[in-house]
Ligand binder design. Structure first.
Ligand code: NAD
Length: 325
């Protein structure tokens, strides 16, 4: 098997590299953080991100991007969404024309039209084989080989097949789904709903309120998926309802923890600082509102979150929107 290069050795990049390497794929791993790379090489595990599982011999840590990408056709990007486009621009000159590009990054790029596949098409080519892995998956659980199933979507059959061969094992399953645009949208909405769920719980509301908010949020997500050209049943997928349940109900989710802090009276800046990693849901609220406006959609939950962050809507009024019918 040819090597696959994983860019980004945070929680999720490390967990996915572990799955690949345990399955026998020659796996290369690199991160822009040089001290992180040094510790990965020394410890052969990722203590900085609380992943103590030892790297198999088939997982090699690289110190430079040039050596990482030498003679590589398949790349997996696992960096936060706000740097995704920059990473694509940096690696493009180092890769062959027949590169195949997968990503497990969730969320939007900071500039329109926000969808990551658009930028991959612009920076590489519209014909570049692309794939996205997305679904209910906390990195630490995957690293610890807890049974996990997520979606795999993309634009190229041969690339999808080869990713299935590399990844799938007893405790890590990939369900194919033909809706690259719809699934990308779900990676954004589930994080915003997780903040909303955290706010609900932080305010002291009980399960009834959170569940009503979630059901309405999923209905709004389905309307958005259809508006951007996705498929209606994508909302029922692992990446749709599956990832939304995960992120909204478990405190491993940094978006949910951010919402909890806000609901308990915390300040946005301090709450973000306390999380210490990117809170992608917060970053994406404005872009989602723009997309809703473009399609003339009225989406009370997502609009409420937008007005809470950017237009002085009080938490009390936001909570009222959560249960309004
Ligand atoms: N953590 C999870 O459980 C999980 C699960 C599924 C999906 N995701 C998604 O995966 C993406 C990454 O999340 P994470 O949890 O691994 O984040 P993280 O904060 O744990 O790690 C991100 C890593 O990316 C590196 N990085 C930043 N800029 C870079 C650049 N220009 N080049 C190379 N590396 C760079 C950072 O140094 C860091 O090590 C996010 O979009 C997230 O939503 C995370």
């Amino acid at each position: 098997m040819t090597p696959i290069a994983v860019i980004g050795a945070g929680s999720w990049g490390t967990a996915l590299a572990l799955v690949l390497a345990r399955n026998g794929s020659p796996t290369r791993l690199w991160d822009i953080n040089e001290s992180l790379v040094a510790s990965l090489k020394k410890d052969r595990c990722n203590l900085a991100y609380d992943i103590p599982e030892k790297f198999p011999d088939s997982l090699e840590v690289f110190e430079s991007l040039e050596s990482l990408l030498a003679d590589v056709q398949d790349v997996l990007i696992v960096v936060p969404s706000h740097v995704f486009v920059r990473v694509c621009q940096t690696i493009q000159p180092l890769l062959p024309a027949n590169v195949r590009l997968a990503w497990a990054t969730k969320g939007f790029a900071p500039t329109p039209p926000y969808f990551l596949d658009y930028f991959v098409g612009e920076i590489f080519s519209k014909d570049t084989p692309m794939a996205l892995l997305c679904g209910p998956s906390f990195a630490k659980e995957v690293a610890a080989e807890q049974p996990t199933a997520i979606n795999l979507t993309g634009n190229n059959e041969a690339f999808i097949e080869s990713l299935l061969k590399r990844f799938v094992c007893r405790n890590f399953r990939l369900q194919r789904r033909a809706d690259l645009v719809g699934i990308q949208l779900c990676t954004v909405t589930k994080n915003i709903l997780a903040i909303a769920a955290g706010i609900c719980d932080g305010l002291g509301y009980a399960a009834n309120t959170r569940s009503a908010m979630l059901a309405k949020g999923l209905q709004e997500t389905q309307r958005l998926i259809l508006a951007v050209g996705g498929k209606a049943d994508t909302i029922l997928s692992l990446a749709g309802v599956g990832d939304t349940i995960l992120t909204c109900t478990d405190n491993q989710s940094r978006n949910r923890r951010f919402g909890l802090a806000l609901g308990r009276g915390g300040h946005i800046v301090q709450a973000k600082k306390d999380i210490g990693q990117a809170v992608e849901g917060y970053d994406n609220v404005k872009q989602l509102q723009e997309i809703a406006n473009q399609h003339q959609l009225i989406l009370p939950i997502f609009n409420g979150m937008y007005r809470y962050f950017y237009a002085d809507l009080s938490l009390e009024k936001l909570a009222d929107i959560f249960i309004s019918v």
